[in-house]
Design a protein around this ligand. Structure first.
Ligand code: PHE
Length: 401
């Protein structure tokens, strides 16, 4: 209500007639899915950051880009709109499209909201990663909270022209009229930007992926483009980008520099890369979802399997190994998979123990049973589980405890 205080992400703000953040939206703040180890968004982000680190190095061989992944999601309308030349009457400002904290502040609708503050702080090459908020229908590809990666690169005259910079005809801006990028500059920036982003797409989707550039419009870049990638016979827009408008740099008190920017949605990339059919699953805390991404190499291929909506049944199995050297966990996993089939969602070691006197070693595994289409009864699971116990005993020579 107007006059009340509203707490958003641990900070207090005065509410007014524009306030429209719901408790449901507030429950997403601070989750930081992109920073959660083994979350698919974290794997994709890791690959994007590594790619940018390796593509742009300082003369001493260090990564050029800085990474800002924990900026607070409440921004001012100045940051989200004005600093980016978004007109006062632009549709993207509507109350019905955004989550306003109050008249002056909102949950960022894009990571571009941080461009100006970071440029003003003196960063020339940076990535911003964060949760962004848009009022939207909820369906399999739209959710009011998602994650973006923003990339910004600013170049000086010598970055753009290298050694030729002293020659008269090589300028950043045209000499007459309002400051406009020199045509050379646009071409050089465009080549770097497109090469960078095509390289990113091939790094994630493979050498053979088909791509195309489509002209686009954003108030803060000109010219602007979208990169589309062809996956499963379908062209999908993967990112927006362009040459930063000179006025945006002036708003950030940046002088003698030109630059480019891009923005991409992590969920979109993850859904395409892992064949995830529904954007809502990224918020799932179900181990049936998360366990599919529990690997250390972020470049691991995943062909996502839809998680059942039914409750799992969890049974543990403990046994003494015949001897440590003759036992292979992989053989046990094979038995579980061949007997349990599709009923087994996960199997993993939960405990191991060596007896101090007998020196025998015991393993305890957890088997998570779950059916895609129906509820499993405990008796049904117990029958499968005891067949696994029997087969493990005869085939591997273990002793069930
Ligand atoms: N912020 C834009 C969006 O959310 C993407 C973008 C970023 C476009 C940077 C150009 C440059 O759609």
């Amino acid at each position: 209500h107007p006059g009340d205080q509203i707490t958003v992400g641990g900070r207090q703000y005065p509410a007014d007639h524009m306030t429209n953040i719901t408790p449901h939206i507030l429950s997403h703040l601070g989750k930081n899915l992109h920073l959660q180890q083994y979350h698919p968004l974290c794997h994709i982000l890791d690959r994007i950051v590594k790619y940018m680190y390796s593509r742009y190095l300082t003369p001493r061989g260090n990564p050029l880009f800085s990474v800002h992944s924990q900026l607070h999601p409440v921004v001012t309308t100045q940051q989200n709109f004005d600093s980016l030349l978004i007109p006062k009457d632009h549709v993207s400002r509507k109350k019905s499209d955004n989550f306003y904290v109050n008249e002056e502040q909102l949950l960022r609708a894009h990571t571009s909201a941080h461009q100006c503050e970071l440029m003003r702080m003196g960063f020339d090459n940076f990535l911003v990663i964060g949760d962004v908020y848009r009022r939207d229908e909820i369906d399999s590809s739209h959710y009011p909270v998602f994650h973006q990666v923003e990339g910004v690169r600013l170049l000086t005259k010598s970055d753009v022209y290298g050694k030729q910079q002293d020659m008269k005809e090589y300028e950043l801006f045209t000499p007459e009229g309002p400051p406009t990028h020199h045509p050379h500059v646009i071409n050089i920036l465009k080549a770097d930007l497109k090469d960078c982003l095509q390289g990113l797409a091939t790094t994630l989707f493979g050498r053979d992926v088909e791509m195309r550039w489509v002209d686009a419009y954003f108030p803060f870049t000109h010219p602007s483009w979208e990169l589309e990638v062809k996956l499963n016979d379908q062209w999908t827009e993967m990112l927006g980008c362009g040459i930063i408008q000179h006025q945006v740099l002036l708003n950030a008190d940046v002088e003698e520099r030109v630059g480019w920017a891009f923005g991409l949605g992590l969920e979109r990339w993850a859904m395409k890369l892992y064949q995830i059919p529904d954007i809502r699953v990224f918020w799932s805390t179900d181990p049936g979802f998360l366990s599919q991404f529990a690997f250390d190499d972020p470049a691991t291929n995943v062909n996502f399997k839809v998680v059942s909506k039914h409750t799992p049944c969890i049974n543990d199995i403990s046994f003494w190994l015949p001897s440590v050297s003759s036992y292979e966990a992989a053989d046990f996993y094979d038995i579980v998979r061949s007997i349990g089939g599709n009923l087994v969602e996960q199997v993993y070691l939960v405990d191991q123990f060596t007896h101090p006197h007998t020196s025998r070693t015991s393993h305890c595994y957890r088997i998570v049973y779950r059916h895609m289409d129906r509820i499993l009864t405990q008796e049904e699971v117990n029958r499968v589980h005891s067949r696994i116990e029997q087969e493990t005993t005869t085939a591997l020579g273990v002793t069930i405890r």
